[in-house]
Design a protein around this ligand. Structure first.
Ligand code: FAD
Ligand code: 2HG
Ligand code: ZN
Length: 471
């Protein structure tokens, strides 16, 4: 739904043109609901600027007129951070038209891109220059660099290359009063006071609007290897991780855990996906790369698998023999979120723990959930190499997913209390948005919440940037 306001739309139209101020319900529909369909809002208008100057003019006008703004990139976020409030007071500021790749500097190994460029477009631009932009998410065809930075996105290559925060050297940001901060520096060393760019990374549009960024590029991978390993429990997956790290060093890029239930769900909704090693409790998808051509990755991995079979760490394993086989193994992993979406609502947990604590945590949590919510299905998968799991709790077979969502407070308490007790985080990579705002207050210390509030009021004194999100 869109709540129209002629004075505001006239002013916005003067800045971006009639075609880029969407006010009809049909035009606005894709922008006011989140990817999972969990949050539905309304807006006074959807505004789509094409330049940083236009973003600045919109924000300055909204500052004067006291109109709150919800920044939006690809709208693939998992926590409702890009969805406007149902009150309809806000505008959605979509960065989707700001997609240009401004410059690639091969020798400095950097790329300067606009915030609305999709992650896939940036990966392609890097590849075209013979380099690699390593951030990798299943949503990469739709999510944007602005969204990736604003959520400090993780993904499947964090083990080797780090989160979005580790991949950014500079940002251009429109501040809450409409001023433009040009921080587009491509420096790997710069200790001139506070590192301001990191304030905006992970701030989910609550401190400023990212309009462009300078990102780090890396040497391209010339040898790639994907393998699937089966293990009987997660403690063994942790041992296998240790063995792979020793064998491969920083050639180990991804180490993704999937329960049999998670894979079965992926295959249920994508029946053409492979089932190469049925009947094991847990699986690990391993990605390794080398910058040299014909590097002996397969030998290193086969030797490690042999040792892991000998000491009973491993139950079975297979190595993809072609790019196509590798893609099909990855599709099994990457389609889990989409399968969950088709299956119906589930209670999402995006947690991180010290890797060493994960086996005991999973056993304890599964027992507590089975007692409290008999028959609840656990869709457990994620980035074991980073200690980050998606520990999603779904309704028992044959029951209503929607009705099951009433159990979210109970499930959250069981999971998040145990995460906190183990020194973990209740949001490892998806952020807070509106989904975890109350949880954040419960688990962050008073001093951290106080510092966050002070930063928010220093940078956005009128509270117009993405209100009701994070804090
Ligand atoms: P949006 O959803 O549009 O916005 C996300 C937040 O950032 C909102 O708070 C919004 O207000 C803010 N924002 C967006 N653009 C800007 C900007 N330019 N300036 C200021 N604020 C802005 N996430 C992971 O971390 N790892 C994964 O492996 C992963 N896999 C996913 C797989 C699937 C199938 C899907 C659907 C999502 C996945 N995600 C993952 C979540 C999501 O893709 C990421 O959070 C992504 O970074 C969001 O980018 P976006 O452009 O879609 O942002
Ligand atoms: C992933 O790792 C994403 O695939 C999405 O972070 C996780 O759907 C989820 O819970
Ligand atoms: Zn993830």
């Amino acid at each position: 739904m869109v709540v129209e306001d002629a004075t505001l739309t006239d002013a916005l139209t003067r800045i971006v043109g009639h075609d880029n101020v969407l006010t009809s319900a049909a035009d606005a529909a894709p922008y006011v609901v989140d990817w999972r369909g969990r949050y539905r809002g309304s807006a006074r208008a959807i505004v789509r600027p094409a330049t940083t100057g236009e973003v600045a003019a919109i924000v300055a006008h909204c500052n004067e007129a006291r109109v709150p703004i919800v920044p939006q990139g690809g709208n693939t976020g998992m926590c409702g951070g890009a969805t406007p409030h149902p009150s309809g007071r806000e505008i959605v500021l979509s960065l989707s038209r700001m997609r240009s790749i401004r410059a690639v500097d091969r020798q400095n190994a950097t790329v300067t891109v606009e915030a609305g460029a999709t992650l896939a477009a940036v990966q392609d631009a890097a590849a075209a220059a013979g380099l690699l932009f390593p951030l990798s998410l299943a949503s990469e065809g739709s999510c944007t660099i602005g969204g990736n930075l604003s959520t400090n996105a993780g993904g499947t290559a964090v083990l080797r290359y780090g989160n979005a925060r580790d991949l950014v050297l500079g940002v251009e940001v429109v501040l809450a009063d409409g001023r433009i901060w040009d921080g587009l520096r491509g420096l790997r060393k710069d200790n001139t006071g506070y590192d301001l760019k990191h304030l905006f990374v992970g701030s989910e549009g609550t401190l400023g609007i990212v309009t462009a960024a300078v990102l780090k590029l890396f040497a391209a991978a010339r040898t790639r290897l994907t393998a699937l390993a089966a293990v009987s429990d997660v403690a063994r997956a942790v041992v296998l991780l240790q063995m792979m790290k020793q064998a491969l060093g920083d050639r180990l890029v991804g180490f993704e855990l999937m329960s049999d239930e998670a894979l079965a769900l992926s295959r249920k909704h994508h029946p053409d996906l492979p089932n190469p090693m049925p009947n094991h409790a847990w699986y690990v998808l391993i990605q390794a790369t080398d910058t040299a051509f014909n590097a002996p990755l397969a030998t290193n991995i086969e030797e490690t698998f042999a040792a892991a079979l000998d000491n009973a760490t491993l139950a079975d394993a297979t190595i993809a023999q072609s790019e196509e086989q590798a893609e099909r193994l990855w599709a099994l992993r990457e389609n889990i979120s989409e399968a969950q979406r088709r299956e119906g609502p589930n209670i999402k947990h995006d947690i991180s723990l010290p890797v060493s604590s994960i086996p005991a945590f999973l056993a304890d949590c599964a027992a507590a959930l089975a007692r409290a919510l008999p028959g609840a299905r656990l869709v457990t998968f994620g980035h074991l190499g980073d200690g980050n799991l998606h520990y999603n709790v779904a309704a028992p077979v044959g029951t209503s997913g929607q009705a099951f969502m009433e159990n979210a407070p109970l499930a959250n308490r069981i999971v998040h209390d145990r995460v906190a007790a183990a020194g973990g985080s209740i949001s490892a990579e998806h952020g807070i948005g509106q989904l975890k705002r109350e949880e954040l207050k419960r688990y962050k210390s008073d001093i951290e919440i106080d510092l966050m509030r002070r930063l928010k009021s220093a940078l956005d004194p009128l509270g117009l940037l993405n209100p009701g999100k994070v804090l």
